[in-house]
Design a protein around this ligand. Structure first.
Ligand code: FE2
Ligand code: FE2
Length: 192
Protein backbone atom coordinates (compact mmCIF):
# COMPACT_ATOMS: atom_id res chain seq x y z
CA UNK A 1 0.00 0.00 0.00
CA UNK A 2 1.10 3.49 -0.75
CA UNK A 3 2.10 5.68 2.20
CA UNK A 4 2.61 2.76 4.54
CA UNK A 5 4.79 4.92 6.78
CA UNK A 6 1.79 7.09 7.55
CA UNK A 7 -0.13 4.09 8.81
CA UNK A 8 2.82 2.91 10.93
CA UNK A 9 3.46 6.33 12.39
CA UNK A 10 -0.20 6.87 13.16
CA UNK A 11 -0.56 3.46 14.81
CA UNK A 12 2.45 4.17 17.03
CA UNK A 13 1.32 7.61 18.11
CA UNK A 14 -2.42 7.07 18.74
CA UNK A 15 -2.54 3.34 19.59
CA UNK A 16 -4.13 0.38 17.87
CA UNK A 17 -7.76 1.05 18.87
CA UNK A 18 -7.80 4.64 17.64
CA UNK A 19 -5.85 3.56 14.58
CA UNK A 20 -8.55 1.02 13.73
CA UNK A 21 -11.20 3.71 14.26
CA UNK A 22 -9.21 5.97 11.91
CA UNK A 23 -9.07 3.30 9.19
CA UNK A 24 -12.84 2.89 9.53
CA UNK A 25 -13.34 6.64 9.20
CA UNK A 26 -11.03 6.60 6.17
CA UNK A 27 -13.12 3.89 4.51
CA UNK A 28 -16.44 5.60 5.18
CA UNK A 29 -14.92 8.88 3.95
CA UNK A 30 -13.89 7.17 0.70
CA UNK A 31 -17.43 5.78 0.31
CA UNK A 32 -19.03 9.17 0.88
CA UNK A 33 -16.54 10.87 -1.44
CA UNK A 34 -17.43 8.37 -4.15
CA UNK A 35 -21.10 8.94 -3.52
CA UNK A 36 -20.88 12.75 -3.66
CA UNK A 37 -18.23 13.04 -6.38
CA UNK A 38 -15.33 14.27 -4.26
CA UNK A 39 -11.66 13.22 -4.51
CA UNK A 40 -11.42 9.83 -2.78
CA UNK A 41 -7.68 10.35 -2.32
CA UNK A 42 -8.15 13.54 -0.34
CA UNK A 43 -11.07 12.14 1.64
CA UNK A 44 -9.01 9.04 2.50
CA UNK A 45 -6.12 11.10 3.84
CA UNK A 46 -8.38 13.39 5.88
CA UNK A 47 -10.32 10.42 7.30
CA UNK A 48 -7.18 8.50 8.18
CA UNK A 49 -5.50 11.45 9.90
CA UNK A 50 -8.55 13.10 11.52
CA UNK A 51 -7.58 11.86 15.01
CA UNK A 52 -3.78 12.05 14.59
CA UNK A 53 -3.80 14.60 17.44
CA UNK A 54 -5.18 12.04 19.93
CA UNK A 55 -1.72 11.11 21.13
CA UNK A 56 -1.42 8.22 23.57
CA UNK A 57 1.05 10.29 25.52
CA UNK A 58 -1.30 12.85 27.04
CA UNK A 59 1.50 15.05 28.40
CA UNK A 60 2.75 15.48 24.88
CA UNK A 61 -0.61 16.90 23.80
CA UNK A 62 -0.27 19.99 25.98
CA UNK A 63 3.44 20.37 25.30
CA UNK A 64 3.02 20.24 21.53
CA UNK A 65 0.02 22.56 21.69
CA UNK A 66 2.29 25.11 23.38
CA UNK A 67 5.27 24.41 21.12
CA UNK A 68 3.17 24.94 18.01
CA UNK A 69 1.71 28.17 19.43
CA UNK A 70 -1.86 26.90 19.20
CA UNK A 71 -4.19 29.38 20.88
CA UNK A 72 -7.01 27.72 22.81
CA UNK A 73 -10.30 29.56 23.14
CA UNK A 74 -12.24 29.47 26.42
CA UNK A 75 -14.43 26.55 25.41
CA UNK A 76 -11.51 24.46 24.18
CA UNK A 77 -9.57 25.22 27.37
CA UNK A 78 -12.47 23.78 29.35
CA UNK A 79 -13.00 20.70 27.21
CA UNK A 80 -9.69 19.03 26.53
CA UNK A 81 -11.46 16.66 24.13
CA UNK A 82 -11.53 19.50 21.60
CA UNK A 83 -7.76 20.09 21.53
CA UNK A 84 -6.92 17.04 19.43
CA UNK A 85 -8.56 18.54 16.36
CA UNK A 86 -6.41 21.70 16.52
CA UNK A 87 -3.28 19.73 17.30
CA UNK A 88 -4.19 17.22 14.59
CA UNK A 89 -4.12 19.89 11.91
CA UNK A 90 -0.62 21.00 12.96
CA UNK A 91 0.68 17.42 13.20
CA UNK A 92 -0.79 16.54 9.80
CA UNK A 93 1.07 19.50 8.33
CA UNK A 94 4.37 19.14 10.20
CA UNK A 95 4.73 15.39 10.64
CA UNK A 96 2.60 13.79 7.94
CA UNK A 97 3.52 16.30 5.21
CA UNK A 98 -0.05 17.26 4.36
CA UNK A 99 -0.18 20.63 2.63
CA UNK A 100 -3.69 20.55 1.22
CA UNK A 101 -5.75 23.17 3.08
CA UNK A 102 -9.03 21.32 2.58
CA UNK A 103 -7.61 18.17 4.19
CA UNK A 104 -6.15 20.24 7.03
CA UNK A 105 -9.46 22.01 7.67
CA UNK A 106 -11.37 18.72 7.59
CA UNK A 107 -9.10 17.58 10.44
CA UNK A 108 -9.31 20.92 12.23
CA UNK A 109 -13.11 21.03 12.28
CA UNK A 110 -14.05 17.35 12.57
CA UNK A 111 -15.10 17.65 16.23
CA UNK A 112 -17.00 20.95 16.37
CA UNK A 113 -18.01 21.47 12.76
CA UNK A 114 -18.37 25.13 11.76
CA UNK A 115 -20.28 27.57 9.61
CA UNK A 116 -20.09 26.99 5.84
CA UNK A 117 -18.39 23.62 5.99
CA UNK A 118 -17.18 22.38 2.63
CA UNK A 119 -17.86 18.88 1.35
CA UNK A 120 -14.74 17.20 2.71
CA UNK A 121 -15.34 18.76 6.15
CA UNK A 122 -18.87 17.34 6.17
CA UNK A 123 -17.66 13.96 4.91
CA UNK A 124 -15.09 13.52 7.67
CA UNK A 125 -17.40 14.97 10.34
CA UNK A 126 -20.14 12.47 9.57
CA UNK A 127 -17.83 9.52 8.78
CA UNK A 128 -16.49 9.91 12.32
CA UNK A 129 -20.04 9.59 13.66
CA UNK A 130 -21.22 6.64 11.56
CA UNK A 131 -18.13 4.43 11.11
CA UNK A 132 -19.01 0.72 11.51
CA UNK A 133 -17.78 0.41 15.11
CA UNK A 134 -20.02 3.21 16.35
CA UNK A 135 -23.20 2.08 18.05
CA UNK A 136 -25.84 4.28 19.66
CA UNK A 137 -29.62 4.60 19.44
CA UNK A 138 -30.63 6.02 16.06
CA UNK A 139 -27.30 5.41 14.31
CA UNK A 140 -28.92 3.59 11.38
CA UNK A 141 -31.04 6.66 10.75
CA UNK A 142 -27.94 8.88 10.51
CA UNK A 143 -26.13 6.30 8.37
CA UNK A 144 -28.92 6.35 5.80
CA UNK A 145 -29.27 10.11 6.01
CA UNK A 146 -25.55 10.64 5.33
CA UNK A 147 -25.96 9.17 1.86
CA UNK A 148 -29.31 10.80 1.10
CA UNK A 149 -28.62 14.33 2.33
CA UNK A 150 -25.27 15.00 3.96
CA UNK A 151 -26.34 18.46 5.21
CA UNK A 152 -29.26 16.95 7.04
CA UNK A 153 -27.08 14.28 8.61
CA UNK A 154 -24.56 16.87 9.83
CA UNK A 155 -27.37 19.04 11.22
CA UNK A 156 -28.91 16.03 12.97
CA UNK A 157 -25.58 15.07 14.44
CA UNK A 158 -24.85 18.62 15.63
CA UNK A 159 -28.25 18.63 17.35
CA UNK A 160 -27.32 15.39 19.11
CA UNK A 161 -23.97 16.83 20.19
CA UNK A 162 -25.54 20.02 21.51
CA UNK A 163 -28.24 18.09 23.42
CA UNK A 164 -25.58 15.80 24.89
CA UNK A 165 -23.41 18.73 26.01
CA UNK A 166 -26.36 20.54 27.57
CA UNK A 167 -27.49 17.39 29.42
CA UNK A 168 -23.98 17.08 30.81
CA UNK A 169 -23.93 20.76 31.75
CA UNK A 170 -20.88 21.36 29.58
CA UNK A 171 -19.95 24.29 27.34
CA UNK A 172 -21.05 24.20 23.72
CA UNK A 173 -18.49 25.42 21.19
CA UNK A 174 -19.66 28.43 19.17
CA UNK A 175 -18.52 26.81 15.92
CA UNK A 176 -21.08 24.06 16.49
CA UNK A 177 -23.86 26.56 17.21
CA UNK A 178 -22.96 28.65 14.16
CA UNK A 179 -22.70 25.57 11.98
CA UNK A 180 -26.09 24.37 13.15
CA UNK A 181 -27.73 27.76 12.63
CA UNK A 182 -26.34 28.01 9.13
CA UNK A 183 -27.51 24.51 8.15
CA UNK A 184 -30.90 25.22 9.69
CA UNK A 185 -31.23 28.38 7.58
CA UNK A 186 -30.07 26.58 4.44
CA UNK A 187 -33.43 25.10 3.51
CA UNK A 188 -36.80 24.12 4.80
CA UNK A 189 -36.43 21.12 7.01
CA UNK A 190 -40.15 20.45 7.31
CA UNK A 191 -39.62 16.92 6.03
CA UNK A 192 -37.08 16.26 8.79
FE1 FE2 B 1 -11.72 13.18 16.91
FE1 FE2 C 1 -12.58 10.10 15.47
Amino acid sequence: MEKMWIHEKLKNSIGIKRYEHSVNVMNVSIDLANHYGYSTKKAAMAGLLHDCGKLQDKKNILKLTQDFGIILDNVTKNNKELIHALLGKELAKREYNVDDEEILDAIRFHTTGRENMNLIEKIVYIADVIEPNRDFPGIEKIRNMAYKDIDRSVLYSMNNTIKFLIDKGWLVHLDTIKGRNQLLNLKTWSEA
